[in-house]
Design a protein around this ligand. Structure first.
Ligand code: COA
Length: 167
C-alpha cells in the first residue's frame, strides 16, 4: 500500500480500547465469516457471557487498527475460584478479527498486546487457549504464535499453552 505521495504507507497501529457507549454498536457489528461462526461466539454473546460469569474474571477490549474497530478480544484475567468449568487462571476466552480485516497481522498484534497485559500479573507464568476442532480451526494460528498443545481437552476443545517467560 502507498500513501498519497506514492510512498509505502505506515502499517496501522493496533491498540486495545475499552468498549463504551460511543463504540459499542460498531464493535458489536464486527463479524467473522459464516464458516468461522462455528469457531467463535459473537461480540454480543461474549459481552453477555462476561456479565453472566464474573467468576471467570472477564477482561475484554475492542481491537483497533489506527482509529478503526477491527476486532474483539476477551480473556479470563486471573481466575481465583476452583471451578472445573473454567480454564485458567489466564485464558484467551474469545478472539475475533472481522472478516474484512483478517490476514493483515491484526490477530498476531492483538496476541502481543494481550500477552503484554497478562505479563503485568506477577503470578502469571502461562497463558492458555482452547480451540474448536474442525476444518478452518485457528489451531495453526496459535501454534505459529508459540502456543503448544498440552494434550488436555476441555469441553471437547484441545488446550494450548503459551510460556510467558521462555528460557
Ligand atoms: C484467527 C484470527 C483471530 C487470526 O487473525 P488474523 O488477523 O487474520 O491473523 P494474522 O493476520 O495475524 O495471521 C497470522 C498468521 O496466522 C495464520 N492464520 C490466521 N488465521 C488462521 C486460521 N484460521 N487458520 C490457520 N492459520 C491462520 C495466517 O495465515 C498468518 O500466517 P503467516 O504469518 O504465515 O502468513 C482470525 O482469522 C479470526 O478472527 N478467525 C475467526 C474466529 C476464530 O477462529 N477465533 C479464534 C477462536 S479460538
Amino acid at each position: 500500500m502507498t500513501d498519497s505521495h506514492g510512498r509505502p504507507a505506515a502499517a496501522p497501529v493496533v491498540s486495545l480500547r475499552e468498549i463504551t457507549d460511543e463504540n459499542r454498536a460498531a464493535v458489536e457489528a464486527l463479524a467473522v465469516t459464516d464458516e468461522q461462526d462455528y469457531f467463535v461466539a459473537t461480540v454480543t454473546q461474549s459481552l453477555k457471557d462476561a456479565e453472566d460469569y464474573p467468576d471467570a474474571k472477564p477482561w475484554y477490549r475492542a481491537v483497533y487498527a489506527d482509529d478503526k474497530p477491527v476486532g474483539f478480544v476477551m480473556i479470563s484475567d486471573g481466575i481465583t475460584v476452583d471451578d472445573p468449568t473454567y480454564v485458567g487462571p489466564y485464558y484467551l476466552w474469545r478472539l475475533l478479527i472481522d472478516h474484512r480485516f483478517q490476514g493483515r497481522g491484526y490477530g498476531t498484534a492483538t496476541l502481543d498486546l494481550i500477552v503484554e497485559h497478562v505479563r503485568t500479573h506477577p503470578d502469571a507464568r502461562t497463558f492458555l487457549v482452547s480451540h474448536v476442532v474442525g476444518p478452518g480451526s485457528p489451531v495453526t494460528f496459535y501454534q505459529q504464535y508459540g502456543f503448544a498443545l498440552t494434550g488436555e481437552v476441555h469441553d471437547g476443545e484441545p488446550i494450548l499453552e503459551l510460556d510467558l517467560y521462555p528460557a
